[in-house]
Ligand binder design. Sequence first.
Ligand SMILES: Cc1cc2nc3c(=O)[nH]c(=O)nc-3n(C[C@H](O)[C@H](O)[C@H](O)COP(=O)(O)OP(=O)(O)OC[C@H]3O[C@@H](n4cnc5c(N)ncnc54)[C@H](O)[C@@H]3O)c2cc1C
Length: 413
Amino acid sequence: MQRDHDVVIAGAGLVGAALGIGLAQVGLRVAVCERGAAPTGLASDPRGLALNLRSTEILDTLGVWESLAPQVCPVRHIHVTQQGHFGALRLSQEDLHLPVLGHVCPADRLQAVMLERLMASPRVQLFWNTEIRASHAYDDYAHVTLRAANASANLAGEAGELSLTTALLVAADGTESTLRAQCGITATRHDYDQTAIVCNVDVARPASETAFERFTTEGPMALLPLGGRRYVMVRAARAAQVSALMALSDADYLADAQRRFGYRLGALSRAGARRAWPLLGLRAARRVARRCLLLGNAATTVHPNGAQGLNLGLRDVAEAVTLLGNAVSCGEDPGEERLLARFAAARDGDHARIFRLTDAMARGFSLELPAAAALRSLGLLVADRLPIFKRQALQTLVLGGKSSPLSVVETPA
Ligand SMILES: Cc1cc2nc3c(=O)[nH]c(=O)nc-3n(C[C@H](O)[C@H](O)[C@H](O)COP(=O)(O)OP(=O)(O)OC[C@H]3O[C@@H](n4cnc5c(N)ncnc54)[C@H](O)[C@@H]3O)c2cc1C
């Protein structure tokens, strides 16, 4: 049958946008349906997203890395410690004989570059302020009804609704995915009772191209370099403390952060606006349903302690673009059941591994027993002296599970 699109994607977040760009590049006709409004400038997002080398390679293939490269900061060393206890784990680019471990990219810039590229893709039709009201999958197509998510939507169809047919639906609509629920896929939630508070700060003594992670009993804290003296400071706090922390003056907030992080980078100053993200782990029971794929946070949402969520989602994108692009170029149906099963088989292990790793870190480093703190210190000390552990940790965190270095790593001067 004649379908309006090859793929309809719910959600134009970083994963949905990356997928739309990639599928259009390999010749698919794509519709993207986004609940939010079209961007009118940079989003107010103070996060710096740590992108590993596999993600850099994927963004390069999507044609967005060139525009991002001047705005990112390379990371060559990672330093992990625990508040109030001995032991440190130092990971370095030399452990893997790589020029760089990854890059920190301002989230607002990444989003702007991706959406600009998506909007410029001739094979992509974008619907802003819109959501999928209903979806039905049949033997050889899926049917969706789009409706206005708010008064600004301008859908041409009757009663503010629009019907589309497609070979495949993709849920990239985040942790609370409605398309996932419409497709009958259940999900397990893990509430970490933590909220990440993020702001940008200056430090008095920057450590060149080094990212810091410090575990405290209230949750992890990270300082990620943005270049020069500017860092992104992420601190996890117990949910009950968040409103008090958000209400602190900048000076009091910095003093509290300094107490937890110490003076390794000198005095903290010039705090930017704070934003809070409640932290939740989520695993969908399945990654595929009839004529539907789940990608990114809609499939697996992880604690940000290992900076892995977007990196995982971009690997989903790379796999989906390769599989669906090959299918269409061979005249096959991109929503066909066997193809979707191959996608799930290719991606299940990666999702399980990253979820286990981040979940174990989130739980293991928040135990408040004195014995647990001593064991953690010992673990950091031992790990620091084990090259094999370091290589394995770096292969997961930096190479996205690959065992050999990747091709394209363009580091800004
Ligand atoms: C504090 C913090 C720090 C992080 N740091 C890192 C890091 O350093 N490195 C890393 O790799 N990852 C990091 N992550 C994780 C990363 O941000 C996410 O994994 C990634 O953004 C997920 O993208 P997504 O597109 O799947 O989902 P989302 O970003 O949630 O996007 C979903 C999109 O779908 C839209 N939507 C929702 N519902 C509907 C609907 N019904 N219909 C249509 N559209 C809908 C939303 O408006 C949104 O645009 C961090 C996360 C947090 C919270």
